[in-house]
Ligand binder design. Sequence first.
Ligand SMILES: Cc1cc2nc3c(=O)[nH]c(=O)nc-3n(C[C@H](O)[C@H](O)[C@H](O)COP(=O)(O)O)c2cc1C
Length: 212
Amino acid sequence: MKVLVVYYTMYGHTLQLAQAAVEGARTLHGAEVLLRRAQEFDAVDKVIDENPFASQIRDQQKDIPICTVDDLREADALIFGSPTRYGNMCAQLKQLLDSTSSLWVNGEMEGKPVGLFATTASTHGGQETTLLTMMVPFLHLGMLIVGTPYSIPGLNHTEARGGTPYGATSITGGKGELQPHPVDLDIARALGKRVTEVGMKVRSPLPAMATV
Ligand SMILES: Cc1cc2nc3c(=O)[nH]c(=O)nc-3n(C[C@H](O)[C@H](O)[C@H](O)COP(=O)(O)O)c2cc1C
């Protein structure tokens, strides 16, 4: 079963959550887990050229393939992660989703599980709104939203870190100076495992109907 983790990052935090989701998915026997990044815009690439830290993060990702529509088509379970942009997903990921009309028209994503993760600079900068608004296009595509329920250790807390029932999250700081809390990464791993488990259940044959 193919599990696809797709993300965008500029300063590396969302990549760390993506890698944790990959790790979680890989704990299940029979999962082929692929990591893909969203295509960058030329205009943002020019901005990154002027920023040594963002350039270093871009260099770190040069061997991670850019996600294609075929990657989405071939995946059985998917996990998407985005840094927040004004409480919504980033345009780089939206650009990918806006190229999926052939998948939508043919119902090719229907019934596939999808989980989400997000990062924000500030505590109340829009983790929940980003995750909830990210769900909308996936519901249009007919996908099955998989959250991160309170049975996951570390979710029910009042600390300055991530963790929502809508998906995995982390707080980066205004200058990207924070790192994901270890529990944020654990929740991202739990998300990866849970989406994979749901994908396996969805794909397993239904039991035969009892005859009366
Ligand atoms: C155009 C723009 C809008 C942003 N909007 C928000 C926001 O609404 N709330 C917030 O907390 N952070 C906001 N940020 C900060 C990013 O969410 C933060 O840099 C990101 O989560 C870092 O993730 P990364 O390390 O994966 O790039 C914004 C950043 C940019 C460039």
